[in-house]
Design a protein. Structure first.
Length: 223
């Protein structure tokens, strides 16, 4: 099943989310732990933990790039066990899942995506894990499970278009044409400029008998 949102674009969406929300997260942690450690002690501990997690993640990524999947598992397990609430654990699980899929180990990929869908930090990564797991389930011929998964996860602001596109693909596979049309139209309506393939999405919509709604261009004209 083709995706018009590729992993790079989703990564950029995560970076945008972190820029907009990262400061509030850090401040909340400082407030929460400040009374226990003191602000300076917390900052020092936090930096050390981030450096350790970052090092494990970089090593794992390098090993995966060299097709050393088994060796990379050691670093992934460290991230999952010691830094399970860190974004690095979620990012590592997404990378490892991709490597498992490439190796034809779909069931292991499902487990990894499920981890991110259940525990992803921040919520943007949770949404990505949910979308990718839904796609794998769809490819496995389990569209009912895929749509149930999406229904259980409300998603994150900024991912409306990608989630709607996944829903459209699932509804289409289920033969729920009207719902698929509505989902593809929502994806078009919420698609940010310069992201994804609008033409391909419109093609999906038209293939079901839908007609893309007119949108206003920047100069106010209908397109």
């Amino acid at each position: 099943m083709a995706e018009y949102f590729n992993e790079h674009e989703q990564g950029e969406a995560v970076k945008k989310w972190l820029r907009e929300n990262g400061g509030a997260i850090v401040m909340g942690l400082v407030i929460a732990f400040g009374g226990l450690f003191g602000v300076r002690q917390w900052q020092s501990w936090d930096v050390n933990q981030k450096q350790r997690a970052s090092a494990e993640f970089e090593i794992m990524s390098q090993l995966l790039s060299e097709d050393q999947l088994d060796a990379a598992m050691d670093n992934y397990q460290t991230l999952k066990e010691d830094f399970s609430e860190s974004p690095y654990a979620s990012l590592a699980a997404l990378q490892m899942a991709r490597a498992r899929l490439d190796a034809g180990q779909t069931d292991l990929a499902v487990t990894l995506y499920q981890f991110v869908a259940d525990n992803g930090t921040p919520s943007a990564l949770k949404t990505i894990g949910t979308e990718r797991l839904a796609r794998v389930l769809l490819d496995q011929g389990k569209p009912e499970e895929a749509i149930s998964l999406l229904d259980q996860n409300s998603g994150t602001t900024g991912f409306e278009a990608s989630t709607a596109e996944v829903r459209g693909d699932i509804y289409s596979a289920l033969g729920r044409t009207e719902e698929a049309i509505d989902s593809y139209q929502l994806a078009l309506d919420t698609l940010e400029e310069g992201v994804g393939d609008r033409g391909f999405l419109e093609l999906k919509l038209k293939s079901l008998g839908g007609v893309p709604a007119e949108t206003e261009s920047e100069d106010g004209n209908q397109s």
